[in-house]
Design a protein around this ligand. Structure first.
Ligand SMILES: [Zn+2]
Length: 233
């Protein structure tokens, strides 16, 4: 009995070594996602996924469905999953992305999910493509077996978007993405839902949609975990 207790204690210590010791929402020590952030997450999550267009929306911007506001612990978790090496937060983010995809796909159960590509610089820095990894956790939660196609690729070297204002983003992004030659013929005529973690100005999603439409795909909507709320000016 005593041995078992000691073994369990040892096991927990071992788990502490491999599991994060800090909350991905508030940084508090102890758990990967604390109970207080779990409560606060509800405050920034919409009652249901909804259309959250940026304001102003770029011309050609697809309908964009988000599950929450890019604020509070949700923002912290998205940033930590993307740049903080916190892959353990992806399953939680996937539970928010899945319903957004369901709503975005709407009456198109066979819609193909196309993740927005990370810039090459970001992939080098982070070691993996954020949205692709997020979709890996999201796909099993979806009612319909949507096919995931990494059809969009950076068409040229992009400056990292972080820190650019909306005009600079639009300029940086013009012609930024292309449909890979591998997917081009296959994608023509298919219904597509673009997937990203966050929508801010809508510039990347719009540019991604433009490239997909140019290849003959029907972009029916975009789905994201969270949307930045921008005030009308
Ligand atoms: Zn927390």
């Amino acid at each position: 009995m005593k041995t078992l207790t000691l073994l369990r204690q040892g096991w927990h210590e071992l788990l502490d070594l491999v599991l994060p010791l800090e909350c991905g929402g508030c940084g508090r020590a102890g758990a990967g996602w604390c109970s207080s952030c779990a409560v606060d997450l509800r405050a920034v999550t919409f009652p249901g996924p909804r259309h959250t267009p940026p304001s102003p929306a770029p011309p050609g911007m697809p309908l964009v469905i988000a599950s929450g506001r890019y604020a509070g612990p949700l923002r912290a978790a998205i940033v930590a999953a993307k740049d903080g090496g916190r892959a353990d937060l992806r399953p939680m983010l996937a539970t928010l992305l899945a319903p957004a995809i369901e709503v975005a796909a709407g009456a198109a159960p066979h819609a193909v999910l196309v993740p927005m590509p990370s810039s090459r610089a970001a992939v080098r820095r982070r070691g993996e493509a954020t949205v692709v990894e997020l979709l890996r956790h999201t796909s099993p939660l979806l009612r319909h077996g949507h096919r995931v196609a990494t059809a969009l690729v950076p068409a040229r070297q992009l400056a990292d978007q972080a820190g650019l204002d909306s005009a600079a983003r639009a300029a940086n992004l013009l012609g930024a993405y292309a449909v890979s030659s591998r997917h081009r013929a296959w994608l023509a005529g298919r219904e597509v839902v673009l997937v990203d973690d966050v929508v801010t100005t809508g510039a990347t999603l719009t540019e991604g949609a433009r490239a997909l439409r140019a290849a003959g795909a029907q972009v029916i909507a975009a789905a994201v975990v969270a949307a930045t709320e921008r005030r009308h000016r």
